[in-house]
Design a protein around this ligand. Structure first.
Ligand code: UD1
Length: 342
């Protein structure tokens, strides 16, 4: 079985990807410092797939500790790098922490690739690199805009570091996956999104409001130039997103990539407004959401959704799950998790 090192493998997207890798016959090895996830996730992965992934509690900022993990696991074929700090607002408050964490982790992994002869790497990037796009849907050729937060900047800088790295390091191959807005949970409801503290993202805030942890959802702005005035995003099911990582790994390992650095948008290709998400959630679950309209959130873009044709054609992958099904999966996860943790 081919070994794939998954950093951030107990996190939200990471855990769903570990499940898909196992089901595709790969052997994922998780590195995570558990700074924003829980060790129980490893049990939950095992309970879905029947296989327990190897787990290493390691902080990737610690170069020595990181190298030590690589020295103990022979024949790692590829790295999927999810581990990162990802709260946009917090990154404005703590820029150094964000740069230190997100950039140093990447650099240590690139060094490890060289030292341990690992040729393949999948990077977690974000549609945030497009800023407010000039044309919609946005394709991979669209210009990278000045980042609106240190978090967004770490994604841009990371893509640049990778592109510099491949010049003198021939034989190393990278795929950068630019995620739009991942939502939902595994259909088993055994893994899902688990934000610590008050959620920043829309869907966990909705599910926590529906279950009574939060009193009221704030809709950030209804004066955007969109049909109902609220901002538009491309919400993609996390399992669809996870599957794309398996496809990217297959592509790299079989040498089907067209260049040493490839970029793909991962979205559904269509956008939904905040109010559409609330209405669809209410329809899918029968739960009413208490919400109020407030001012815009700083740094938010008006609308962004993906042109996915390149990913669809080149990867032979597309997002399959519908919005209702996806929002229902998020709700099932919230209910199951809370019923087991009260
Ligand atoms: C943001 C980042 C994205 C990052 C992601 C990870 C930007 C432009 N986007 O996505 O790069 O990968 O977080 O965490 O920086 N909303 C509300 N009320 C809420 C929460 C959100 O109305 O309580 C609205 C937002 O204004 C936005 C939409 O819901 O219009 C989605 O917000 P969110 O889930 O936070 O994702 P993004 O901001 O799109």
């Amino acid at each position: 079985m081919k070994k794939i090192l998954v950093t951030g493998g107990t996190g939200y997207i990471g855990s769903h990807t570990v499940v898909e890798l196992q089901e595709a016959g790969y052997e994922p090895i998780i590195i995570d410092d558990l700074s924003n996830s829980y060790i129980e996730v490893v049990d939950n992965i095992q309970s879905i797939t029947g296989k327990r992934p190897a787990f290493e509690k390691t902080d990737l900022k610690d170069r020595e500790a990181t190298m030590e993990v690589f020295s103990r696991h022979n024949e790692i074929e590829a790295i999927i790098h999810f581990a990162a700090l990802k709260a946009v607002g917090e990154s404005v408050e703590k820029p150094i922490e964000y740069y230190k964490n997100n950039i140093n982790s990447l650099i240590h992994l690139l060094e490890a690739m060289k030292l341990y002869n690992i040729d393949h790497f999948v990077f977690s990037s974000s549609c945030t690199v497009y800023g407010e796009p000039d044309e919609l849907p946005v394709n991979e050729e669209a210009p990278v805009k000045k980042a609106s937060s240190p978090y967004g900047n770490t994604k841009q800088i990371s893509e640049e570091i990778i592109q510099d790295y491949i010049i003198p390091n021939s034989g190393k191959n990278f795929i950068s996956l630019r995620y739009f807005n991942p939502i939902g949970a595994h259909p088993s409801a055994k893994i899902g999104e688990l934000p610590t503290g008050i959620p920043n993202n829309l869907v966990p805030f909705i599910t926590q409001t529906a279950i009574g942890i939060r009193d009221q959802l704030k809709v950030f702005g209804n004066d955007y130039n969109t049909p109902d005035g609220t901002a538009i995003r491309d919400y993609i099911n996390v399992v669809d997103l996870a599957r794309a990582h398996v496809v990217a790994i297959d592509r790299l390992l079989s040498g089907k990539n067209r260049s040493a650095f490839e970029v793909f948008n991962l979205g559904t290709g269509s956008g939904n407004s905040v109010l559409e998400i609330i209405n669809t959630f209410e329809k899918a679950t029968g739960k009413k959401i208490n919400y109020t309209i407030t001012g815009r959130r700083e740094g938010d873009v008006e609308k962004v959704y993906a042109d996915t044709s390149y990913a669809n054609e080149e990867l032979g992958w597309r997002a399959e799950k519908g919005l209702e099904e996806t929002l229902l999966s998020a709700w099932k996860w919230e209910q199951k998790y809370r019923s087991e943790h009260t």
